[in-house]
Every structure is written in structure tokens, then in C-alpha cells.
Ligand binder design. Sequence first.
Ligand code: GDP
Length: 143
Amino acid sequence: MAIERTFSIVKPDGVRKNLIGAVYQRFEQAGLRVISARMLQLSQAHAEGFYGVHRERPFFKDLVKYMTSGPVMIQVLEGENAVAKNRELMGATDPKKAAAGTIRADFASSIEENVVHGSDSAENAAIEIAFFFAGSDLYPRAS
Ligand code: GDP
């Protein structure tokens, strides 16, 4: 199976609830490696650009407000089947529909405040990684 990269965010509610370590533990236990990470406060422009595909959705304004409500932790994950594996670890968008044992089932408080973001395809992963990280910021495992 191919080694892939995906982009992940511990969203403001996750950082507020002190869940960075708990989320990272899920990644690492599943064999995903954090190859770059940093904490930042998203600007309005960053959040609007990042979630541009949702611009026409009724929840867009609230989503931008939520995503800029405090610092986030952003990371690039690398591993076998990383995109799908991370989506599996996260669980469904709505925590009420998320499978037991997933990050969102265990920690999310609503369909909006759902602790984590993860790229939904390899194509979007490449776009999202490039949105936040320079290639020289990524530290793949030496082999
Ligand atoms: P994801 O890929 O599972 O994160 O889901 P989407 O790409 O569909 O939505 C992006 C983010 O927008 C979600 O993670 C939520 O934070 C938020 N969101 C999605 N659907 C809704 C909704 O119906 N209401 C609100 N308030 N927020 C939503």
C-alpha cells in the first residue's frame, strides 16, 4: 500500500479542551507519523480561503467564526493509506453519527465543534498541505 500524506487540524475546541496529546496519540497508535506541525491562530482570510468550498453553505459564517475563535494545531501526517486512515480515526462530521471509538465520537460536542479536520482526498491533501507548509518544513522519516 502506498505511503501517503494528509493534512490535519486540531480545531480551536480541541485545543481549548486540551486534546492535542490525545489526538496525536490516536495518529501514532494507528501508524501515522507527524512529519511537521505548528500552532497558529487562523486569520479570517485564512479560514475563508481554507473552507472556500463551503462559501455558499448556510453555516459558512459560523464555521469561519469558530475556526478563528482560538489557536489551532496543524500537522502533516504520513503513513500507509494516510488520507483514509485519518478519516477513519476522525469519524463522521456529526459526532452523533460517528462510529464508537473515533475522535469525534469521543470528544466532539456538535456537528460544528468537532475537534479535528482531515483532508478528504489525496488531491485535497496536497492542496491543503501547500496552503500551510513549505516543502522544506516536512521531515519524512529517513529510510
Ligand atoms: P468534514 O470533512 O467531516 O470536516 O466535513 P465538511 O467538509 O462537510 O465540513 C467542514 C466543517 O464544517 C465540519 O467539520 C464542521 O466543523 C462544519 N460543518 C459541517 N456541516 C455543518 C453543519 O451542518 N452545521 C454547522 N454549523 N457546521 C457544519
